[in-house]
Design a binder for this molecule. Structure first.
Ligand SMILES: *[C@@H]1O[C@H](CO)[C@@H](O)[C@H](O)[C@H]1NC(C)=O
Ligand SMILES: *[C@@H]1O[C@H](CO)[C@@H](O)[C@H](O)[C@H]1NC(C)=O
Ligand SMILES: *[C@@H]1O[C@H](CO)[C@@H](O)[C@H](O)[C@H]1NC(C)=O
Ligand SMILES: *[C@@H]1O[C@H](CO)[C@@H](O)[C@H](O)[C@H]1NC(C)=O
Length: 307
């Protein structure tokens, strides 16, 4: 049954939220869902930026690319397109849900989306101009006749405290964090937390969870030792002041690479390590309020019936 099919989406960007709302208002059932494999199977779609990109960046021109060592060194042992030393949240969530890794939409010869697809793009940014790369990805969904998203389940994570990224501290040459950019992120997050309950009222069958990524990451950056991290504020793979310049693995550049990424919160100047991603993903999967709202986590969202 269509209604029994589970649909999940991760969203980081305001841009993505707007796009999805448009899709939700499509009145008809998309033909791509008729191939559903029954109640026990979940399909898992991912939208977002570089934090969730499983490799679309490799196939796009305007993106930050993670197609070189040491990206991937910890888990995949090759550059797997993730901007991380290992796995990113969609990988962990898929594992918790008993699903295979969800492939990047742009991976060559990947055409069967009944189990899901990853549309996240490292070209996307929360506080930048909307990336042309990402705009390209959304209309593609229509090509595949997946034109309605009504009655689906959505998992959102709010925006990170980006003023605390090593890259921001480097750009701004400051020792603490760049408060302005945290204020912007926080303002966006408050608006998102108000929008979602409204959508739930408005859209038939819309169910969501919202993960307080901002607070959970901030905690790990500042109180790192309480969470088992030796280093919270600086990146494992780095160069220059505050470990903040993006030269990680770039040929011809001087950069440093720490021997044990698992004791760092940040792998490169703006992306968490696999170790941090594992903790954050577990919170999203099984966390309780106020980390997960409404009082519901991703695990229970997977289990709740869609109607
Ligand atoms: C990237 O740029 C190259 C050269 O300009 C072009 O041939 C290629 O089609 C572009 N790829 C994408 C995905 O736009
Ligand atoms: C995609 O499929 C075509 C036709 O089967 C094949 O020739 C090509 O090598 C494949 N490309 C990749 C990257 O696997
Ligand atoms: C870190 O720990 C201190 C002391 O327990 C607490 O006051 C603070 O709110 C925590 N979080 C951050 C982000 O500093
Ligand atoms: C970061 O490093 C690159 C490569 O060495 C350099 O060109 C760039 O100017 C640096 N960025 C800043 C803000 O200094």
């Amino acid at each position: 049954m269509i209604n029994a099919l589970l649909r999940f989406v991760f969203v980081v960007l305001p841009m993505a939220v707007t796009t999805l709302v448009m899709m939700l208002k499509q009145p008809f059932v998309p033909s791509c869902l008729h191939h559903g494999r029954g109640e026990a199977n979940a399909a898992f779609f991912i939208f977002g930026d570089s934090l969730l990109d499983a490799g679309n960046n490799i196939h796009l021109n305007n993106s930050m690319k993670a197609n070189h060592w040491p990206y991937g060194e910890t888990f995949f042992h090759y550059p797997a397109g993730r901007i991380c030393d290992g796995r990113i949240p969609p990988d962990f969530i898929a594992e918790y849900a008993g699903l295979p890794f969800i492939k990047p939409y742009l991976q060559p010869n990947f055409t069967d989306y009944t189990g899901g697809a990853n549309f996240a793009s490292a070209g996307a940014g929360v506080l930048h101009q909307t990336s042309p790369d990402v705009v390209l990805l959304f209309p593609s969904i229509h090509d595949r006749k997946c034109t309605s998203w009504a009655g689906r389940k959505f998992s959102f994570q709010n925006v990170a405290p980006i003023g605390c990224n090593p890259s921001m501290r480097y750009e701004m040459r400051i020792d603490g964090y760049w408060e302005d950019s945290n204020v912007l992120a926080h303002t966006h997050n408050v608006a998102l937390s108000r929008l979602l309950p409204e959508l739930e009222k408005e859209l038939v069958g819309f169910k969501y969870v919202l993960f307080d990524y901002y607070t959970m990451l901030l905690e790990r950056i500042f109180n790192n030792s309480e969470y088992g991290f030796e280093v919270g504020k600086s990146a494992c793979c780095w160069s220059r002041a505050y470990n903040g310049n993006f030269t990680c693995g770039i040929r011809g550049e001087n950069f440093m690479l720490c021997p044990y990424p698992n004791v760092f919160v940040f792998f490169d100047p703006a992306h968490p390590t696999e170790a941090a991603n594992r903790e954050l993903s577990w919170l999203m999967w099984s966390g309780e309020p106020p980390v997960m709202r409404p009082p519901r986590n991703l695990k229970s969202l997977f289990e709740v019936s869609s109607d």
